[in-house]
Structures are given as C-alpha cells and as structure tokens.
Design a protein around this ligand. Structure first.
Ligand SMILES: [Zn+2]
Length: 302
C-alpha cells in the first residue's frame, strides 16, 4: 500500500512537470502480458533459440544523470544491438551507429568506440531476415539510415509511423534525418498496442522516451521470456526503484514522464513473472546476464 501511495505521488509530481506535453498515454492494463504472450504464438513456426547482443560503444555517465536521486558513481552506458536467432535465420533489434553519430553522445569527450564491432553489426544487418528498432534515437537507428548498404538494409527494416515522423520532422541529430522520399525504402507500420512480427516476437507500443519508442517481447523455444525495453530506463534500477531519469535529463531529451512512469510501473510488476527485463544500456546487467548464459555476448553470422 505504501509503495502504491508513493508511486501515485510520484506520478502526480511527474504529470505536473509536463502538463503541456500532449501525451497519448498508453494503457498498460493488467491483462496486457497475457495478450502479449498469446500474440507471440500467432505467427507459426519455431521460436528463437537465443537472444544475442553486441556492445559497440560506451558512454560514460554517472548514476546522477541516469536515475532520479542517483549518486556520482560512474554509470557505463553500453551502446548495444540485439539479435533473435532462429533455426533458419535471425532478426536484428536495433542497428548500431557509425563513429560520427557516436561522437554526438560524447558531449565533446572521446569515448570508447569499437569500429570492428560496429562493422559486425553492419554485416548482421545485411544478413538479417528482418530488422526492427526500439526507437528513433541515433544510437539505435543510425545503422539502418546511413552507410553504403543503406538501401539494401532499408528493404527489410520495419519502422513505425511515429518513428518516421520524428526522423523527418525532428531528428535527434541532423545526420539521421529522413526525407519522405527515403522513407519509401522502408517498411512503415502503425499499431495501437501490440504487433506480432515473428514467431515468439511481439512489439509493444511505448511512447515516452521518444514518440516512436517500443518494447520487444521475445519468447524462446525453451520458454525463457525477454522484454527488451529500449531506453524506458537506462538502468534496471529505474525499473526496480520505480524512478525516472532526473528532471534535467528528461527535459534535455523531451520525454513524457507520465507515460514513462506508467511503463516503469508495468515493468516493475513483470519482475515477479520471471521475465528478463533488459534495458539497452545497462552494462552491469548485460554482463551479469551473459555470464549466467541468459544472453549470448556476440552476434551470430552466417
Ligand atoms: Zn539509447
């Protein structure tokens, strides 16, 4: 009860901060998980055998920049791309970024970037059966928007209408701007709540961090369930402690705190469901999960 009261208070405070944002807050009804699980069976075929990831860059932050009330301890933001590996192919979730886009996130500092690993991401994008992105920020989407293989990669890349609208009208940085003409190379979809895209894989609409943000649910053949939650929280602590990013960070990004809090609350409830809730950038969690064999560190190529 206490926790619920604290949550409602935080929600009230958060909504006071952004009263001018016209957020279409998605509902996260109690039966959503059940419907997501059901939807993951709609496309017939064997489910994935593993979820893999690769870290191609890092940004160095502090917890104070990542979570409300966080300490000055260092937080390593792992820049990652994920891969769902099927018996006969694979799907990429997020697309890496070239070094020029990486520099945007350094705020003038030189931060780790592994060219060879982003090259692997580009190979994986070319070999993938399909590509989806969690959201339209450069560190997740640049790999399908830039580079010499863009047109080839674009054909099998699913973008949502909301992602496309941001990329045309208000891209995070000029390097990732799309035009109406370029958009025609991509598969553009729109959905209200969830969209099954492959056996064992469902997209869940989650605007807030960006208008086109979505989560990706994956259920392996073994039954292990993952929820790739993109940037709803940069640390799993955002989920476990039900805390947003600090106000200054939210304002810089232009986030919708009310929508994000609603998402964090839903995700927090999933932790007891034994679903692996995985933020894109939580280096500590990714390292722990790969050590435990729950995630494969490294992409599978043909
Ligand atoms: Zn990100």
């Amino acid at each position: 009860m206490k926790r619920k009261a604290a949550f409602l208070l935080r929600l009230a405070l958060a909504s006071a901060v952004v009263s001018q944002v016209t957020a279409q807050e998605p509902g996260y009804p109690p039966d959503l998980l059940q419907r997501v699980r059901q939807a993951s069976t709609y496309i017939p075929g064997p489910h994935p055998e593993s979820v893999n990831f690769i870290k191609f860059a890092e940004s160095h932050r502090t917890y104070a920049a990542v979570i409300e009330g966080g300490s000055d301890e260092p937080f390593i933001s792992a820049r990652t791309a994920f891969q769902a590996v099927y018996p006969n192919g694979f799907i990429m979730i997020d697309a890496g970024m070239d070094e020029a886009v990486h520099r945007f996130y350094g705020f003038g500092r030189d931060e780790p970037y592994w060219q060879d690993r982003n090259d692997i991401v580009q190979v994986a994008l070319r070999q993938a059966n399909m590509i989806v992105v969690t959201h339209e920020h450069g560190d997740h989407v640049a790999g399908v928007l830039r580079g010499s293989h863009r047109a080839e990669i674009a054909q099998k890349t699913i973008l949502t209408r909301a992602q496309v609208t941001t990329l045309i009208n208000s891209p995070q940085l000029p390097e990732i701007q799309l035009t109406e003409e370029l958009v025609q190379d991509y598969i553009v979809v729109d959905y209200d709540e969830l969209l099954p895209v492959a056996p064992g894989m469902v997209l869940i609409r989650a605007p807030g961090h960006t208008p086109g943000h979505q989560m990706v649910y994956i259920q392996l053949e073994t039954g292990i369930e993952y929820l790739l939650v993109g940037d709803i929280g940069w640390s799993i602590d955002n989920v476990t402690e039900l805390k947003l990013r600090p106000e200054a960070t939210m304002n810089r990004i232009g986030e919708d705190p009310q929508a994000l809090m609603s998402q964090l609350n839903w995700l927090n409830g999933l932790l007891t469901e034994k679903i692996l809730v995985i933020p894109s950038h939580d280096d500590v969690l990714l390292t722990a999960f790969s050590r435990e064999g729950l995630l494969v560190n490294g992409l599978t190529l043909h």
